[in-house]
Design a binder for this molecule. Sequence first.
Ligand code: B1M
Length: 212
Amino acid sequence: MSKIEELAFAVENGKSKLVPELVQGALDEGCAPIDILNQGMVDAMAVVGDKFKRNEIFVPEMLVAAKAMKKGVAVLKPYLAGESSARIGKMAMGTVAGDLHDIGKNLVIMMIESTGYEVVDLGIDVPVERFLEAASDPEISVIGVSALLTTTMPAMRETVAALNQHPRRSQFTIMVGGAPITQAFADEIGADIYTEDAASASQAAKALAMAS
Ligand code: B1M
C-alpha cells in the first residue's frame, strides 16, 4: 500500500492520530501536496459520504473522518498555501445558515489566502444578517457563500438575495460554491461567480483582484 493509500484508509476510518504522520510521510517520500490532499483526503471523504448514503456508517463516523482530515490539512497547509507578501484584497466567507460543513470552506479560504487576500472566516451556520454585516466593511470586495446540503440551498438563495439588496452591492462580488451548487443554480439566485473547487475559487478571486 502506498503512503497516500494508507492515508486515505486512515482518513476514511477516522484515525486522527495516524493521519498527521502519514501526511508527513507522504511529503517525505516526495508525493505532491495536491495529490496528498486530493487522493489521500478529499477522495477519502467522498468514500465516507458514499458509505453514509448506503447506511454502512452513521454521523459519528462521518464526524471522526472529518476530524482526521482536518488534522491532515493542518500538516499540509504550509505546503499548499504559500505565503503571499502582497495583500491584494479582503474577502469574507461562510457556510450558510443551517449548514455545519466547513472542510471545503476552510480549503477555499486557505487557497484564497495564499493569493494574498485577507479572508474573514464567518464560520458555519452563518445567518443572513452576519453576511450583510460583513458586506458593510468598506474594504470587503468579495463575499464567499458555501453550502453542502441540498436542504441548505434555499438558505444560499436567501443570503444571495439579501446581499443583492445591500447598499454596497456594486462594490463586492458574490462567489458561491459547494457540492450541490451548479452554475445554473448560481445564475438563478443572482450570484456573480460559481466555482467548483478550492483551486478554481482562488483563481477566480485572484483574477478579480487583478482586474480591479
Ligand atoms: Co454531511 N453530508 N451531513 N457531514 N457530509 C454530506 C454533504 C452528504 C453528501 C453525505 C451523503 O449523504 N453522501 C449529505 C448531503 C446530501 C445532500 O444534501 N444531498 C450529508 C448529510 C445528509 C449530512 C447530515 C444531514 C447527516 C445527518 O445528520 N443525518 C448532517 C447535516 C448537518 C448540518 O450541516 N446541519 C451532516 C453532518 C456532517 C458532519 C458534521 C458529520 C460532517 C461535517 C464535518 C465538518 O465539515 N466539520 C459531515 C461530512 C464530513 C460529510 C461528507 C462525508 C464530507 C464533506 C467534506 O468535507 N468533503 C459529505 C459527503 C461528500 O462530500 N461526498 C457529507 C470534503 C471537502 C473538501 O469537499 O465540502 O465538497 P467539499 O468542498 C469542496 C467543494 O464543494 C468546493 O471546494 C471545496 C474544496 O475543493 N466548495 C466551494 C465548497 N464551498 C465552496 C465555496 C466556493 C467555491 C467552492 O465559493 C465561495
